[in-house]
Design a protein around this ligand. Structure first.
Ligand code: F6P
Length: 359
């Protein structure tokens, strides 16, 4: 039986997208031979909405295991906008369904994070055959232990902290390093532990600046005249944690210091007198070739997705549970967050090492 599979990558890119695409394609060709046709949808849901896609050949999937980014292109089409008819008068959901039909797809594979999964679930509920694959450096997708892209970002972040250590100790400075993760702190926690951060600040543990300052001063008294602090992009202090997102943003805009990282650095300099610097690795954490771990995970996910396609098992997203690759219903995954639990074992390990969390 012929199968026509659409693939798209949506949301922020990350290392391992191409490795996953390759895993899906090679395993599909192995399992179904000439009976499989693959269509690449360009720039995520944008391509599905506006009918931008191209037929792919086996050669397109060779040589991409190590390549960063995505060969299909990506874009952010916020879920909230999906059911809203915009100025261009386009009914996005209707268009996606029509283009799925026009492409003569038997199923659609969506590689993405939380937003992508919400739209994937919507399409599944609209009757399309959808399989999700969990990507993001944030590792915040419900139901999977790890997403692909996460471990590569941990490796890159660790290298940043290693390099920051040498300059921090030479100058006896406090270095405040912002790690991506606007909602959850997985990346900051793993990077902080791997990179030997002295203080780790996570969105899940609202901070008290006095506690962070005390931790820096404690190190000073112990003869360590420098500190490396890993701060998650989405960190907030105890007062901010009581506010709604918009109120928090408004207050930050009024003070002119829009990020927790900048605020922590400024307040620490005032409280401790240490020369303090902010470091922003930013999108570097998402760039370049996937790590060995992510190449393996992406390949495992891709091969599993190919099996789901052959079995016509749709409406699910692939997941890692312990050492097993499995899947969860899309409707269970969509719209759920996966914050770092306060009893997370690595969090306990970090505390046992004397790493301060500021809260
Ligand atoms: O979702 C992944 C992520 O890298 C977040 O950690 C970060 O907050 C966001 O994407 C940045 O988005 P953009 O690439 O659109 O600036």
């Amino acid at each position: 039986m012929k199968r026509r599979i659409g693939i798209l990558t949506s949301g922020g890119d990350c290392p391992g997208l191409n490795a996953t695409i390759r895993g899906v394609a090679k395993a599909c060709y192995e399992r179904m031979g000439d009976d499989v046709e693959i269509v690449g949808v360009v720039d995520g849901y944008h391509g599905l909405i506006y009918g931008e896609y191209h037929e792919m050949k086996p050669a397109d999937f060779s040589g991409i295991l190590t390549r960063g980014g995505t060969i299909l292109g990506t874009s952010r089409t916020p879920y909230k906008q999906m059911q809203v008819i915009g100025e261009d008068n386009v009914d996005k959901v209707a268009n996606m369904k029509a283009n799925y039909k026009k492409m003569k797809l038997d199923c659609l594979l969506t590689l993405g994070g939380n937003g992508t999964h919400k739209t994937a679930n919507l399409l599944s509920q609209e009757g399309l055959n959808v399989i999700g694959l969990p990507k993001t450096i944030d590792n915040d997708i419900w139901g999977t232990d790890f997403t692909f892209g996460f471990h590569t970002a941990v490796d890159i972040g660790t290298e940043v902290l290693d390099r920051i250590h040498t300059t921090a100790s030479s100058h006896k400075r406090v270095m405040v390093v912002e790690i991506m993760g606007n909602k959850v702190g997985w990346l900051t926690l793993y990077t902080g532990v791997a990179g030997g951060a002295d203080i780790i600040v996570l969105p899940e543990i609202p901070y008290d600046i006095e506690k962070i300052a005390k931790a820096v001063e404690r190190r000073g008294k112990a003869g360590k005249g420098f500190s490396v602090i890993a701060v998650a992009e989405g960190a907030m202090d105890e007062q901010e944690a009581k506010m709604k997102k918009k109120e928090r943003a408004r207050q930050r805009a009024q003070t002119g210091v829009t990020t927790a990282t900048a605020r922590i650095a400024r307040e620490l300099a005032e409280l401790t007198g240490y020369d303090t610097r902010v470091v922003l690795p930013g999108h570097i954490l998402r760039g370049g070739s996937p790590s060995a771990y992510d190449r393996v995970l992406a390949t495992q996910f891709g091969v599993y997705a190919a099996k789901l396609v052959e079995l016509e098992r749709y409406g699910v997203t692939v997941a890692l549970s312990g050492n097993a690759i499995t899947c969860n219903p899309l409707c269970d995954v969509a719209g759920k967050a996966k914050p770092v639990p306060l009893d997370n074992p690595l969090l306990k390990v970090a505390r046992a090492m004397g790493i301060a969390f500021g809260g």
